[in-house]
Design a protein around this ligand. Structure first.
Ligand code: FEO
Length: 394
């Protein structure tokens, strides 16, 4: 039988560990995923969130280490996305007397739509006494679905935060101070960049509520539990939710015969020569979900594509589509479009249009290069980069 882990007196982690999942709707999860659920052994035995359907057996085994699952009295669904609710119908089947709660109206409607049964609705500020403990609900809509909420246990000073503060990181140990903090923070940032980023203003509001709580633990529904580094993750969210950027450049490109690549290398080197940290990213070598991580706090984003059949390269188009969906409108972010062509400079022009649509500041017109850049063409790119840097100093 798989074990439950007591994370606080009478509060148990009963989740699933998905060691080998490598893709979460288009986002690479190179360190796997956990689906955290929590069981509170109070007068009313309370379950907070469930696991993905394929981890239902593992989840029930862990609950079974603490109590017969049919004795669960209260089930709280902080978020209906199926990585957390997939096992909910099974719990509904084996504990039919339990009271089921979700946020109103969205969570209630989503559970009905997904699983066909009714649950009770709660709103921000509503409380539920389960014995020694009173649970308080705070709705966090669009962080990152309409139904999201968090649940706070006053006695334990635990915030069950669901997706917020989570990381896709499968580990042996459950707490932040038992794992590599650098990796945990990197995975938290990648999670934010790829899941929560479009909803920064909503996450910012939720963060204000969280900062007002007395917290011993933040227990998300993915990854490790925050215990010793609560202030680190709250500070990081403060920075991420307010779209703070640093003096760094990412230069993203794809190339066919190396002309656009030569331009990309020259642009990268020009940033470095100006004292700006820069990263050159070939779309053939790096997954778009990692690029989003690298560019999230970058002030400068340069994107290059040659022209293929009157279009930008499909790799570049896929990246820009993904980026446009995730990237917040950030008045501090500066873009640059560039690329090569043979007879019509359509690829780089499309890149420019996409950056414009994504609300980048674009101090330089699109840079196009017919056929192969000569040394003088490459040297001229240095001045363009300087213009970008001077533009931000205005
Ligand atoms: Fe972890 Fe939005 O689900």
């Amino acid at each position: 039988m798989l074990n439950a882990i007591e994370i606080s007196p009478k509060v148990w982690w009963v989740g699933g560990i998905d060691w080998n999942e490598r893709l979460f709707h288009g986002y690479t999860t190179e360190r796997g995923i956990t689906y955290n659920a929590y069981l509170i052994m109070d007068e009313k035995v309370t379950l907070i969130d469930c696991a993905k359907a394929t981890f239902c057996d593992e989840f029930l085994q862990r609950i079974g280490q603490v109590i017969d699952p049919s004795k669960i009295d209260v089930v709280i669904t902080n978020h209906v996305e199926m990585d957390h609710s997939g096992s909910l119908p099974k719990i509904h089947e084996i504990a039919p007397h339990a009271e089921f709660y979700a946020s109103a109206p969205a969570g209630v409607a989503e559970i009905k739509a997904h699983y066909g049964f009714e649950v009770k609705g709660v709103k921000t500020g509503d409380t539920l006494n389960i014995g020694e403990r009173t649970l308080t609900f705070v709705q966090t809509p669009m962080v990152h679905w309409p139904d999201n909420m968090v649940t706070y246990s006053d006695t334990d000073q635990i915030l069950f935060s669901n997706d917020a503060f989570g990381q896709h990181y499968a580990t042996t140990k459950r707490f932040d101070d038992e794992n590599d903090l650098c990796e945990t923070m990197k995975q938290a940032k990648k999670y934010y960049a790829n899941i929560v980023q479009p909803y920064g203003p909503q996450a910012c509001k939720a963060l204000e509520v969280v900062k007002g709580l007395d917290l011993k633990l933040i227990a998300p529904s993915h990854g490790v539990i925050w215990r010793s580094h609560i202030s680190d993750i709250l500070d990081a969210y403060e920075s991420w939710t307010t779209n703070q950027v640093v003096d760094k450049a990412v230069v993203v490109f794809d190339s066919m015969w190396h002309s656009t690549e030569k331009m990309a290398r020259e642009i990268t080197d020009a940033f470095i020569a100006e004292g700006i940290s820069a990263q050159l990213i070939d779309l053939k070598a790096t997954h778009i979900s990692d690029i989003i991580l690298y560019m999230m706090d970058a002030k400068y984003v340069a994107v290059g594509s040659p022209t293929l059949n009157s279009q930008m390269l499909p790799n570049v188009a896929a990246f820009l589509t993904y980026m446009r969906g995730l990237s917040p409108r950030n008045q501090h972010r500066i873009g640059l479009a560039f690329g090569s062509y043979g007879w019509a400079p359509l690829g780089p022009k499309q890149v420019y249009a996409e950056l414009e649509n994504a609300k980048f500041q674009l101090p330089e017109p699109v840079i196009t290069q017919q056929w192969i850049p000569k040394e003088a063409d490459l040297t001229a790119l240095q001045a363009k980069v300087k213009t970008l840097i001077e533009f931000e100093e205005k």
